[in-house]
Design a binder for this molecule. Structure first.
Ligand SMILES: NC(=O)C1=CN([C@@H]2O[C@H](COP(=O)(O)OP(=O)(O)OC[C@H]3O[C@@H](n4cnc5c(N)ncnc54)[C@H](OP(=O)(O)O)[C@@H]3O)[C@@H](O)[C@H]2O)C=CC1
Ligand SMILES: O=C1OC[C@@H](O)[C@H](O)[C@H]1O
Length: 405
């Protein structure tokens, strides 16, 4: 328990760990944030405090007062406010990298504009439609800029350890993968961007992008078909949006007779949750020689558990692993540099590992993990196929006519 509290404390109050000071020579990368977004403190501002090569330099918000209050609260030097503030931030020559945590439906427009302005971009998940994603990476490539979809959980050693166990053959061939992510009702409010169809909301976009990504990552494959997909609409007195999937259940066929299911829910009814399942963020892989379950694959820093059961005849042997930093992990032929084992601390959030990789890429170093263009595009293709199969259609694409040169 004490290490749980210590991890959470250090993750949220990185001032408590040995500090570094930026010097005139250190020339940190100046980041600008588009929007005074709820997620930015956890996903970038706090992780940046322990990265010696990063400074969160500016924030833009549609309302100046909101931008000012946000900047004050998080110690951000420069503020842009008002209806033209996002573009003004992009035009700031001091800024080298832009974090785009806008609603999903605005990712395409503002990432394209950021790339046009010559900025590297860390764009929140789910990145955009598959076709838009292609255009975003084409432009990034053309401009020689870094673009990364913030699929943060993939940068953490816990999921990489799970992948290494599966790839090692210890459990034999994969038969099925079941990935779930959901929140109890009330966590997401009716007016949240996640329940707004025009802003490309829905649980498959918000949570399904993780579960699908996890299925694709652990199986090292893309689905071959969507066998079934059922969307549950949001039943709310305030929202009559039938195209918003409060919840989605989909079954996917994968190569080699692997079957996967994903389950997402932005408002799980309280009565349906037995206490043991109250953390509804897990992936379970059944193999010919045993099973593996990772509980809390998305935010493993706080707490997670990797349970591995191997079968030998009628004997089942079970062990539990926890992997908070790379030094804890056995990654045979693991990805990235040979100094992987030195990377990270047990309190590093997935976002801190992700920031390390983003900066490494930007500096021309070799990141420990990367989410490739192909990975981002394939994930969105299958999100769209799930929506089509469920009969509620893919999310609307942006009306923004991008300059692509
Ligand atoms: N990586 C992760 O773990 C997480 C990722 N996310 C992703 O981050 C993104 C933002 O999520 P979250 O921080 O919860 O979102 P917020 O509700 O905080 O919205 C983000 C910003 O969007 C801006 N915005 C611009 N136009 C609109 C509009 N028409 N309606 C509403 N907001 C608008 C607002 O900017 P302004 O301040 O200028 O008004 C707001 O600050 C999403 O893509 C989500 O999927 C979210 C949570 C976790
Ligand atoms: O990690 C997350 O948890 C909460 C979700 O609603 C959010 O969008 C997601 O990225």
């Amino acid at each position: 328990m004490s290490s749980l509290i210590r991890r959470i404390f250090r993750a949220y109050f990185p001032q408590s760990v040995p500090k570094f000071e930026h010097t005139a020579d250190s020339k940190p990368i100046k980041f600008g944030i588009l929007g005074a977004a709820n997620i930015a403190p956890l996903a970038l501002i706090t992780p940046a405090k322990t990265h010696p090569e990063v400074v969160i330099y500016a924030v833009a918000a549609r309302d100046l007062k909101r931008a000012e209050a946000y900047a004050k609260m998080y110690g951000i030097h420069k503020v842009y406010g008002g209806s033209t503030s996002y573009q003004e931030l992009l035009d700031d020559p001091e800024i080298e990298a832009v974090y785009n945590p806008l609603p999903n439906g605005l990712h395409f427009e503002w990432t394209m504009k950021a790339l046009q302005a010559g900025k590297h971009v860390l764009c929140e998940k789910p990145i955009a439609s598959a076709e838009e994603t292609r255009q975003m990476f084409d432009l990034a490539d053309k401009k020689g800029l870094v673009l990364l979809e913030a699929v943060h959980y993939r940068f953490h050693p816990a999921i990489q350890r799970v992948k290494a166990i599966l790839d090692s053959g210890e459990l034999g061939k994969i038969k099925s993968i079941d990935a779930k992510m959901g929140f109890l009702a009330g966590f997401v409010k009716d007016n949240d961007i996640r329940f707004n169809f025009d802003l490309a909301g829905g649980s498959t976009m918000d949570l399904g992008c993780y579960t699908l990504n996890c299925i694709r990552y652990l199986s090292s494959s893309n689905p071959t078909s969507v066998i079934s997909a059922t969307a549950l609409p949001l039943k709310s007195a305030n929202i009559q949006e039938t195209k918003i999937d409060r919840a989605m259940t989909a079954t996917l066929a994968l190569p080699d007779d692997v079957v996967a299911t994903l389950d997402t829910d932005l408002a799980i009814p309280w009565t349906l949750i037995p206490p043991a399942k109250s953390i509804r963020i897990w992936v379970e892989v059944k193999c010919e020689g045993g099973d593996l379950t990772l509980v809390n694959f998305v935010l493993p820093t706080f707490w997670h558990s990797i349970k591995v059961s191997t079968k030998a005849g009628s004997t089942i042997t079970t062990r539990t692993e926890k992997v908070y930093k790379f030094a804890d992990v056995h990654l045979e032929n693991g990805p990235g540099d040979s100094n992987t084992l030195d990377l990270g601390s047990d309190w590093w959030l997935t976002y801190r590992y992700q920031l390390e990789a983003f900066v490494d890429k930007l500096k021309g170093r070799s990141p420990q993990t990367w989410i490739t263009r192909e990975d981002s595009i394939a994930n969105m293709e299958w999100v769209e196929k799930i929506y089509e199969k469920a009969g509620i259609g893919a999310r609307p694409v942006s009306q923004y006519m991008a300059e692509t040169h």
